[in-house]
Design a protein around this ligand. Structure first.
Ligand SMILES: Nc1ncnc2c1ncn2[C@@H]1O[C@H](COP(=O)(O)OP(=O)(O)OP(=O)(O)O)[C@@H](O)[C@H]1O
Length: 491
């Protein structure tokens, strides 16, 4: 090899340049080490770009130092620069194990260095960051469902955090319907201890797979969530606000037992005869049409959800204690409409958040409680800039951290998520984003500078991700395990 190759030809603190022979297989994302041999400092550097160099006939590579390590063996942000002509080389075994030390317990895949898989470095995020929210940004078909299953599989093994997810497609519990080779979370060898599935499917299916029936009681619901299901007018929102101080089971009882058409006129006389005088008094000033509509919608909602919403029975205490035991809780609701799924997720999320909040206020959360991650697919439905439907999810995004509750925002359209919510996300997993504006928004909210990884993000393949988390001092390229294969490792 000629001398001029693989030596630093230019540096500033955050950009290194060197030339490699044109036939070399250097790839964007590759990790190399630039060593300052005099001072015994090694600079770990990630290839961020390259182009042909006329003069030398080689390829001019640019890289970004992700950290450096001196003779004290402490990994630091690079504030110094290596001298010109410092050698640039691949990582050795000791350097690979050094990077391995930063990886967390919730394993998702293996580290990638350019096109090469480093199987010695399993990539995972620490469970301790889950209360600081997580964003998964993936174009359709890039492997987001597979990633979620792998993340849950790891959580089932490590049992250091609880994860809640809803599944309206029926693919997480027992595998993609119609695919005989697909596996689901129930096939995890530790599912009996680390997984709880609550389902709306029929009893025989549930029994065969060890799933529990999902039950939601009237008092688990919040009247505010009516807006998740129906488009409410200003007047209807007013009715909802008037009703807010009352318990939901009483509100529902009131609307179920009064005659829809005569309700408003009754209320205008003093002769209301019923069990809910206080509610009747309160809604007296509301628009009769809005009141009638709200009543009709409540009845429709209870009709639609009659399979699992009932007066008194509730799975919520069991869901909360499973999450407290750091289990994965899957709400299996195949065929449920978009709106109804959000309604269910909102009710469960509120219950989890309020429980943790109350315990925090009354007893101080014990250190043994792990974090809980509530994952929301297509999160732009509830966390967009102008949505009135953000309710509990925004509250968790803003305040969940101190109570150990984080949200997992999964979306293809980060530009449609409220920027203030994105700013709260301390772990970002990017799985391909074709839209430049989407990439810019993510780059500006990440804890690491992802702008320089733009080329890499654009060249991500299915099953590949860039992970930026406060738990790891540099962004990591990762090849996500294939769920079915990952399960086999445990079997
Ligand atoms: N890491 C991976 N390794 C190998 N194959 C993968 C990986 N991730 C996903 N796949 C395969 O790619 C296909 C699409 O994956 P998946 O269903 O997870 O994508 P998705 O992003 O959830 O898609 P959609 O947006 O349509 O729900 C599946 O056949 C899956 O097995």
């Amino acid at each position: 090899m000629e001398d001029r190759y693989n030596q630093l030809t230019g540096t500033d603190v955050l950009t290194y340049r060197w030339i490699v022979p044109s036939e070399s297989m250097t790839a964007v994302g590759e990790l190399v080490v630039v060593s300052d041999e005099k001072k015994s400092i090694r600079y770990f550097t990630r290839v961020t770009g390259m182009h042909h160099e006329y003069e030398s006939g080689g390829v001019l590579v640019t890289g970004f130092p992700i950290g450096c390590i001196g003779s004290d063996n402490i990994f630091r942000k690079p504030r110094t620069i290596p001298p010109l002509h410092s050698p640039v080389r691949g990582m050795d075994t000791e350097e690979i194990s050094l990077l391995n030390m930063f990886m967390g317990d919730l394993e998702m895949g293996c580290m990638m260095s350019g096109n090469r898989l480093i199987s010695e470095i399993p990539v995972g995020i620490p469970p301790s960051v889950l209360n600081q929210h997580l964003g998964i940004f993936a174009t359709t078909g890039m492997g987001k469902s597979n990633l979620m299953k792998v993340l849950c599989a790891s959580a089932i093994v490590t049992r250091k955090a609880g994860i809640l997810l809803t599944d309206p497609h029926g693919e997480y519990a027992t595998g993609q319907p119609g695919d005989p080779h697909a596996c689901g979370l129930v096939h995890h060898p530790l599912a009996h201890v680390g997984l709880s599935v609550f389902t709306i499917r029929d009893e025989s299916f549930a029994r065969m797979h060890g799933l529990k029936p999902l039950k939601i009681s009237h008092s688990d619901l919040s009247i505010a969530d009516l807006g998740l299901i129906f488009d409410l007018s200003h007047d209807q929102y007013e009715v909802i606000h008037l009703l807010m101080p009352f318990k939901t089971d009483e509100i529902l009882d009131f609307f179920i037992h009064d005659d829809v058409e005569s309700l408003p006129s009754h209320l205008r006389t003093t002769a209301y005869i019923g069990n809910h005088q206080d509610i009747a008094q309160r809604v007296r000033s509301a628009s009769p049409d809005a009141l009638r509509l709200v009543q009709r919608q409540i009845r429709t909602l209870l009709d639609l959800t009659s399979g699992f919403v009932n007066k008194t029975e509730s799975s919520f205490p069991e869901i909360i204690s499973a999450l407290d035991e750091n289990k994965v809780v899957l709400i299996d609701i195949p065929g449920m409409s978009d709106a109804a799924e959000l309604f269910v997720l909102s009710a469960i999320s509120r219950s989890i958040f309020k429980d943790r909040q109350n315990r925090f206020i009354n007893e101080g959360l014990s250190q043994t409680n792990g974090n809980i991650l509530i994952s929301i697919e297509e999160a732009q439905r509830v966390l967009s800039q102008r949505s009135e439907k953000t309710g509990i999810f925004r509250e968790i995004a803003m305040e969940g951290r101190k109570f150990g509750v984080g949200i997992g925002v999964i979306t293809q359209q980060p530009k449609n998520i409220d920027q203030r919510v994105l700013a709260q996300m301390n772990t970002l997993i990017v799985m391909g984003l074709a839209d430049r504006q989407d990439r810019e928004i993510i780059a500006s909210s990440a804890k690491h500078d992802l702008r320089i990884l733009d080329t890499e993000i654009q060249t991500l393949d299915r099953g590949e991700a860039i992970i930026s988390t406060i738990g790891i001092p540099f962004p990591v390229s990762c090849h996500i395990h294939h769920f079915e294969e990952y399960l086999n490792w445990y079997s």
